[in-house]
Design a protein around this ligand. Structure first.
Ligand SMILES: C[S@@+](CC[C@H](N)C(=O)[O-])C[C@H]1O[C@@H](n2cnc3c(N)ncnc32)[C@H](O)[C@@H]1O
Length: 207
């Protein structure tokens, strides 16, 4: 004779065989899944960084926040001026100017990681800034009052030609650390960050 309580015990409550996996095994499985997800996210992040670098040839290295804080005081802007950051990274320069001077910002950013971070930061700060995931060499810059760049020498060389052809007269160009090959800077400011590292802020005007 089969007792109904016995059947329930064997197949429903305790599972086939009558024994539950021990709690420690379940915890181990959860831990394993969590570690696996962390590794997958880290790998994806690393792959995106590599992919971004392969497409732009200039890594996403933001201007140190200490430098941005000095920059907005050293090189002021006027309300409603249009500020471009070519390769805007996480948009920190555009946001700092928008907060201090109420400038309007346009950021060009080709790298996916930096692009997503910049969109998030702009949204968090509710700043009047548009971010375009596009090559800045193809940017329409005719309305720019100020352009900020933190790039590499090869990009500065190409941009100098583009600015010469397309930028309006009197527009200001600010570069962190990398000069143009031919244009002469109007001003050069020394800035210090991470204790004693020295950097340069170069300010140019389109003549
Ligand atoms: C050194 S980071 C500077 C980031 C930001 N301007 C700052 O100062 O914090 C340079 C950025 O330019 C972007 N970049 C490089 N070449 C680009 C291109 N042709 N078009 C758009 N973005 C580019 C890179 O993805 C990177 O985020």
């Amino acid at each position: 004779m089969v007792e109904s309580g016995g059947l329930e015990n064997r197949y429903t409550r305790k599972g086939i065989g009558g024994s539950n996996p021990p709690a420690s095994a379940i915890v181990m499985i959860y831990l394993f899944l969590i570690i696996l997800s962390i590794i997958a996210v880290a790998l994806l992040f690393y792959l995106l960084l590599l992919l971004d670098f392969a497409t732009t040839k200039i890594p996403f290295v933001p201007t140190p926040q200490e430098v941005v804080d000095q920059l907005v005081n050293l090189v002021p802007a006027k309300t409603d001026e249009i500020l471009y950051d070519l390769g805007c990274g996480d948009a920190r320069v555009l946001i700092a100017y928008a907060k201090k001077y109420r400038t309007q910002g346009i950021g060009y950013e080709k790298g996916w990681l930096a692009y997503l971070k910049s969109r998030l930061n702009v949204w968090k700060n509710k700043a009047p800034i548009k971010i375009r995931r596009k090559d800045f060499f193809k940017a329409d810059i005719k309305n720019a009052d100020i352009i900020f760049c933190y790039l590499y020498p090869f990009a500065m060389e190409k941009l100098e030609e583009k600015f010469q052809d397309e930028l309006k007269i009197g527009a200001k160009v600010i570069s962190f650390n990398f000069p143009f090959p031919n244009w002469k800077p109007e001003k050069i400011f020394k800035v210090f960050y991470k204790n004693k590292t020295e950097g340069k802020i170069l300010v140019y005007y389109k003549l």
